[in-house]
Write a protein that binds this ligand. Structure first.
Ligand SMILES: Nc1ncnc2c1ncn2[C@@H]1O[C@H](COP(=O)(O)OP(=O)(O)OP(=O)(O)O)[C@@H](O)[C@H]1O
Length: 322
């Protein structure tokens, strides 16, 4: 009993700390210049002197530098582990029954996919998150059992595609609201993952399927939102409490196409859809930040899908019946 009380206290304190840090946090990561950029004579125009305080300065060709403030700034020297360290406490919150969403936003080529997916030798937030989920689940196995499954989706031109589906379905995937108010996409694959070894295979299946669905992977990928959903069901073996929670990890479409007003045909349609969904995301975040009574989740597939993870997080965990 004493142990259970201590666990409950730890959980509460952990989540109070997360709330104090802010329910919406914005981090900025600057990648190193690529070989091509260096050999073409490009120079870094970012001043990292205030990086420890969350400031970056942008030098503007002789004129005064512009400073921008973030919760944290990662310089080109910061590696994948350092970037993940800030996401890590949120992972614990997911295991405690809270919904969380982490997404990478930026222009094409700025390092969103590198940060979220990474490479086999330099794994990103997605893999590290699942690795930590399994590690903590193992540590808690005497008191809580966890059931973890993953879905991988792509939103392209406001259409949802299941990247884990083995055969293409002609049925349009739609978002539905379940009885208890949570949102889901009927018919999508929810792959149950038992341990970290299975995870990389599932993530690769999603990634490869994204490639198969397009003629030019890079061209296509920067115009679609790639969304990994980790669903956690927990059962407390001491008091029988059950929770169900969701963590969304999203690699957003490249944002620079918004400016390309000369696009026509398919490119124009893509640009308009990216534009619409990214501004819908901006509207939702701004409504949440100003604690508006109406949050316009339904203005895009992206925000509609993320709705459960955007709801104010620390009101209460998602307790469910089992
Ligand atoms: N922090 C980093 N350190 C080293 N290389 C990086 C880093 N970030 C990105 N890169 C490299 O920069 C290139 C572009 O990165 P990436 O593909 O992740 O960009 P992106 O923002 O996802 O682009 P897109 O919107 O087109 O999908 C890749 O070759 C990647 O390996």
């Amino acid at each position: 009993m004493k142990y259970h009380e201590e666990m409950a206290k730890r959980k509460k304190l952990h989540n109070i700390v997360q709330e104090t840090k802010g329910n919406i946090r914005v981090f900025c990561r600057c990648r190193p210049l690529s070989k091509d950029e260096t050999s073409s004579g490009y120079k870094c125009v970012v001043d990292f002197d205030g990086a420890n305080d969350g400031d970056i300065g942008i030098m503007n060709g002789g004129t005064a530098k512009k400073t921008f403030k973030f919760d944290r700034v990662y310089t080109p020297k910061d590696d994948q582990a350092e970037v993940y360290a800030d996401a890590s406490p949120l992972v614990t919150s997911v295991l405690d029954g809270y919904n969380v969403c982490i997404f990478a936003y930026g222009q094409t080529g700025t390092g969103k996919t590198f940060t979220m997916e990474g490479t086999e030798r330099n794994r990103g937030v997605n893999y590290r998150t699942l690795e930590e989920l399994f590690k903590i689940a193992e540590e808690r196995k005497d008191t809580v059992t966890y059931n973890i499954s993953v879905s991988v989706l792509e939103v392209y031109n406001e259409q949802i595609r299941d990247l884990l589906a083995t055969s293409p379905s002609s049925k349009k995937l739609e978002i539905k609201q379940a009885g208890e108010g949570s949102h889901h996409v009927p018919g999508i694959v929810e792959a149950k993952v038992e341990d970290i070894n299975e995870v990389w295979d599932v993530l690769q299946t999603g990634s490869n399927s994204r490639a198969v669905g397009s003629n030019n992977v890079n061209e296509h990928s920067s115009r679609s939102h790639c969304m990994l959903c980790i669903m956690v069901r927990a059962k407390n073996l001491i008091n029988g409490d059950c929770t169900r929670s969701k963590l969304w990890l999203v690699d957003l479409a490249g944002s620079e196409r918004l400016a390309k007003t000369d696009a026509q045909g398919d490119r124009l349609k893509e640009a308009q859809n990216i534009n619409r969904s990214l501004s819908a995301l901006g509207d939702v975040i701004s409504a949440l930040a100003s604690r508006s009574s109406h949050i316009p989740y339904r203005n895009s597939k992206l925000t509609h899908l993320l709705q459960d993870s955007f709801r104010r997080r620390f009101e209460s965990p998602n307790v469910c019946a089992n």
